[in-house]
Design a protein around this ligand. Structure first.
Ligand SMILES: [Cu+2]
Length: 282
């Protein structure tokens, strides 16, 4: 009776593994759960993502099948008793080195052959001189935005100047600050120019946040006390969304920001219609 039950459980395991895999693939395909359409110059990210996804997917299917087969094949049988297998250092080393090597190989392939290293170098290297600048500041639980205005320079800020009326602590005595355009937390729209390098300068007022632009394959942490940076080129006109990718508290889900990509002239036109900091802060 017990052996029969054991066999039955083994069979159930096999069934649920196979059925579970087919069902998950079906649900994902049916709902179209996949990366949103690429809207920037970061096609390298997709290439690496898909390659790793395929390699990991194949390994996952193989290991699930082997595991479920073993559970079924070696389920309880009359006259057979489970025995204790002590660990051996040799085997431990072997099954640490094997997956370790595989990870290094995948890393090398991604970096050298799929463009990972050159994308990293590009993002962290020199910024194009005529880049379009946007400063984004996270706080619990919204984003503030700042554009440098016609002079292309951000004015000085000082945490001691932060107040309800001056949410970013703009020092208006600084010439470069007067034409800055500020959108207080939750009131801004991120306008970006099409086919033009965009630099995001990223700051935080409290905890770690992370501006995430899924359509542009851009994600960079906002770290309190420093300005982090990333840059990319928007390649598609339209409306997108920025979300916070770092669980930063109860209102984390609310940290969304509309993003609009338009040709440069329209972005400039829109910016010229906004009120500069010099007219608001004194
Ligand atoms: Cu956040």
């Amino acid at each position: 009776m017990e052996e029969k039950q054991s066999k039955f459980h083994g069979l159930l395991f096999l069934f649920f593994f196979v059925f579970g895999m087919i069902a998950s693939v079906w649900i994902v395909l049916r709902n179209g759960w996949w990366l949103p359409e690429l809207a920037s110059d970061r096609e390298t990210i997709d290439r690496i993502f898909i390659t790793i996804f395929i390699i990991a997917g194949i390994l996952f299917v193989i290991s699930e099948l082997v595991l479920s087969y073993f559970i079924f094949r070696y389920s309880g049988q009359p006259g057979k008793k489970a025995f204790y297998l002590p660990g051996t250092t040799r085997k431990e080393i072997l099954w640490s080195i094997l997956p370790g090597t595989l990870v290094v190989i995948i890393l090398e392939i991604s970096a050298e052959f799929l463009g990972g290293a050159s994308l990293w170098g590009k993002i962290h290297g020199e910024i194009p001189k005529d880049a379009f600048l946007v400063e984004i500041t996270g706080e619990q639980f919204a984003w503030s935005l700042r554009y440098p205005g016609p002079d292309g320079k951000f004015g000085r800020t000082d945490p001691s100047l932060i107040s309800y009326d001056n949410p970013l602590g703009i020092d208006i005595s600084d010439e470069a600050a007067k034409d800055d355009i500020v959108f207080p937390a939750g009131q801004g729209i991120m306008y970006l120019p099409l086919d033009h390098p965009v630099v995001l300068l990223i700051r935080s007022k409290d905890v770690i946040h992370s501006p995430f632009l899924p359509n542009f394959r851009v994600k960079q942490d906002a770290v309190p006390g420093m300005t982090t940076r990333t840059w990319f080129v928007p390649k598609k006109e339209g409306e997108f969304e920025l979300a916070c990718a770092e669980l930063c508290g109860l209102g984390h889900y609310r940290m969304k920001l509309p993003v609009v990509v338009k040709p440069m002239e329209e972005v400039k036109q829109w910016l010229s219609e906004q009120t500069p900091a010099g007219d608001i802060y004194y």
